[in-house]
Design a protein around this ligand. Sequence first.
Ligand code: PEP
Length: 255
Amino acid sequence: MRRPILAGNWKMNMTIAEAIDFVRSIRLGLNEIKGVDRVLCPPFTALAAVKDLISATGIALGAQNMYWEEKGAFTGEIAPGMLVELCQYVILGHSERRGYFGETDAGINRKLHAALAHGLKPIVCVGETEAQHDAGQTERVITEQVRGCLAGLTAEQAGGLVVAYEPVWAIGTGKAATAGGAGAVIGVTIRGAIADLYGEATAQAVRVQYGGSVTPANIGEFMSHPDIDGALVGGASLKADFVDLVRIAAKTKGV
Ligand code: PEP
């Protein structure tokens, strides 16, 4: 059985002081919920403060991005070796990184290799735009993203990944996908692409989250789908709702 995983992507929100207040308010509740991986992904500037606050808990920490180089003249970038001192996870290829900052599957693939080489656990994001969705291109787009992002990984590396299926049209819009729709993309397209590359056992080992306007009202539906192993959460991860999400997810999966 795949262990459920919920991650909160805070995006560019919260000062250090705000992050400290917020984590103090949710850490007890989050820590009580067992059987589910719970990951907080604050901005880089708040990683160290949040790390200190959750060090005695079962809550994990993640970054929202990184660069693939080890060090050097890359102004403004953060290297994987810097992140491993702070956190366990790193989100790679979020659609906002792809859309606003020109990230490509090839670049995400380089980041993925670098993250794994440093022992970070990547959460790799894929998702089609609304235009691609409306044009019936979801399967082609997602298959290309999975193949491009995972290129050159071993089966063992691929099997340990977390993939987040985040349809771009559902992110921050209040217009979530249906559990059936997202579950089909995850179960058929994403696991299918991984099975083509690495075989069925690897495809069944990968944990795949859904992301896009997840709330306490719809998380139960998503977690009821056998192919959905968790959620990558934006807006609702900035509120106490995140604890409710994790609680409902654990209950739904029966862990
Ligand atoms: C996200 O940005 O990863 C996300 C899923 O955002 P939201 O939950 O706000 O739609």
